[in-house]
Design a protein around this ligand. Sequence first.
Ligand code: HEC
Ligand code: HEC
Ligand code: HEC
Length: 118
Amino acid sequence: MAAAVGCFALAGLALPLDVGAEYGDIIMNREAEKAEMPPVVFPHWFHRIRFKCKVCHDDIFVMKAGANEVTMIKIIKGEFCGKCHNGRIAWAPLYCDRCHSGKSQFTIAPSQGGGALP
Ligand code: HEC
Ligand code: HEC
Ligand code: HEC
């Protein structure tokens, strides 16, 4: 599980080990679990090899895990993930579980907009 530990250290998260994320993935869970959706697992590496950093940072996303106030409405309106996940550049945000693929019971550091769930 060394790779998984590294992954969470990289994302700066205090997480249990078995969360279904891979190295370099970023868990986005400011709102998701509060709204009873599984956390979003963002495959950072998958995107990094396809786009220059500048495409996303900092025009679309501030370069800090948990620092972006992403909501589903904003995505559907074409902000954040929705800049590309709009059915043109990449598939539309209709397939919930492709993004909301995290297992439940994540916790996220308060500094990243989260907090342990009850
Ligand atoms: C497709 C968009 C996209 C691309 C391209 C991208 N990133 Fe990111 N990056 C993100 C998102 C989304 C986050 C998480 C933001 C959040 O959690 O609010 C992030 C977070 C980060 C973070 C913060 C990680 C942390 O633990 O706080 C760093 C550093 C970073 N990116 C660097 C890079 C670098 C370097 C590149 C180019 C090699 C790159 N990114 C390319 C979307 C992207
Ligand atoms: C392209 C990726 C993506 C897809 C597809 C997607 N979501 Fe999300 N969703 C996100 C991200 C990112 C967030 C913000 C996560 C966070 O920080 O909590 C989010 C947040 C949410 C939230 C939290 C509350 C809010 O208002 O933002 C709900 C509820 C939600 N999504 C529902 C859905 C449903 C239902 C679907 C399928 C119809 C869906 N999502 C598809 C990426 C996605
Ligand atoms: C700069 C454009 C861009 C942005 C911004 C972006 N994506 Fe993507 N994403 C893509 C492309 C292109 C693909 C590949 C689509 C395909 O294979 O048809 C993709 C694929 C994915 C995949 C599938 C990865 C796989 O293994 O097949 C997930 C999950 C995903 N994105 C989540 C997100 C989430 C969550 C966000 C916002 C936090 C986001 N993306 C923002 C362009 C983007």
